[in-house]
Design a protein around this ligand. Structure first.
Ligand code: FES
Ligand SMILES: [Fe+2]
Length: 366
């Protein structure tokens, strides 16, 4: 395990951006105590359905707002009122903005100094995503979204929860540049490969013959910030979208999720479509698990010993650095890197993929 500072990413230990913090269906079960970015948070769904994320600890005496289930106020179902939450110790009530808006035994205004921080959160594609910003700023862009999520022909995913690994998020992101692992690791050596950078989005386009399906694979994969990868893949005519999400838990420790969105034959999808979609997600997971196994057991690569015919690891790592520096400085980094990054050994994708509208509507959230 190595830290952001050891990789030389920037002055901040944790990156700015949108990150998955829970699956929406988990939050439906009740308030959650979660830990990311080296901090504890209280996460709950208000009665309006809106997810709310607050600093975990009550200003009164430091009680974790959502860690316990045994206080009577929780057991009686009285903890959530509207979109506010009451502390299980003395029932101070916090609004979704983090301000105390009721103290049951106190006359007069609630103390302003009791406020705790509230974080922007959204429900997107069955995931609860938070905007994290070490500078405390509002979101600079929207979370990524695949419009097919709302297409009734697609079978919506449920997340694979891959747990916590002792590896820095950066080493997961290295995959974006890694043309040379596609053959040895995945049995799908690329015949063409390119990267493109558009501000906070990094794109990879690649394709070639994939051994396990005996078909041509074309994929367009993009990270929106450091946390959320989406990939549109055509396996000899079959279309799927894949999600890989990675959120820092501590500096150098990462929690990961995976999912696939698969087009069915029927509207709405039949039982058989659902079975096929689940099987597709499972085989996509199997491919990803190969990367995962390597990450779990490798030592940290603080520097990549990059050959000139390796993928552009250092450029992608430089792109990642923008999220570890103040946002004003990040602009210059974006401008420096925006555009195409090509490898000498590989041609660019055939233009037919663009002509067929393969990328229409992708890279939302810009
Ligand atoms: S510790 Fe939260 S209300 Fe007292
Ligand atoms: Fe990979």
């Amino acid at each position: 395990m190595a830290t952001s500072a050891e990789y030389g990413l920037g002055p901040q230990a944790f990156p700015r951006g949108w990150f998955i913090v829970a699956e929406s269906s988990e939050l439906d079960q009740g308030p959650m105590a979660v830990r990311y970015f080296g901090q504890d948070f209280a996460l709950y769904r208000g009665e309006s359905g809106t997810p709310v994320m607050l600093d975990a600890y009550c200003a009164h005496m430091g009680t974790h707002l959502t860690a316990g289930r045994s206080a009577m106020i929780v057991r009686n179902g009285q903890q959530i009122e509207g979109d506010s939450i009451r502390c299980p110790y003395h029932a101070w009530r916090y609004g979704p903005d983090g301000h105390v808006n009721d103290i049951p035994y106190h006359d007069g205004p609630c103390p302003k100094s009791a406020s705790i921080r509230s974080y922007p959160v959204r429900d997107v594609m069955g995931c609860v995503m938070m905007w994290f910003d070490p500078e405390g700023g509002e979101p600079e862009f929207e979370p990524p979204f695949v419009k097919e999520w709302d297409d009734p022909q697609y079978v919506r995913w449920q997340l694979d929860h891959l747990g916590v690994i002792n590896i820095h998020t950066l080493e997961v992101l290295d995959n974006m540049a890694d043309a040379r692992h596609l053959g040895p690791t995945h049995g799908a050596p690329c015949e063409y490969f390119e990267n493109e950078m558009r501000n906070h989005v990094v794109i990879q386009r690649q394709g070639g013959h994939i051994q396990i399906y005996d078909a041509h694979l074309h994929s367009v994969t993009w990270y929106t910030g450091m946390g959320i990868l989406l990939s549109k893949q055509n396996f000899g005519g079959t279309l799927i979208f894949e999600l890989i999400a990675n959120t820092p838990v501590e500096d150098g420790v990462t929690k990961a999720w995976h999912a696939a969105l698969v087009r069915g034959q029927n509207v709405p999808p039949s039982e058989e479509d659902i079975v096929i979609a689940k099987a597709s997600q499972a085989s996509a997971l199997e491919a990803f698990a190969t990367d995962f196994e390597i990450w779990k057991t490798k030592r940290s690569a603080l520097k990549v010993m990059q050959l000139k015919n390796d993928g552009p690891f250092n450029t992608v790592r430089k792109w990642a650095g923008q999220f570890y520096m103040p946002r004003e400085e990040a602009k210059a980094r974006q401008q420096e890197l925006n555009g195409m990054h090509l490898m000498k050994d590989f041609p660019r994708p055939d233009s037919k993929w663009q002509e067929e509208g393969f990328e229409d509507g992708l890279f939302s959230g810009q």
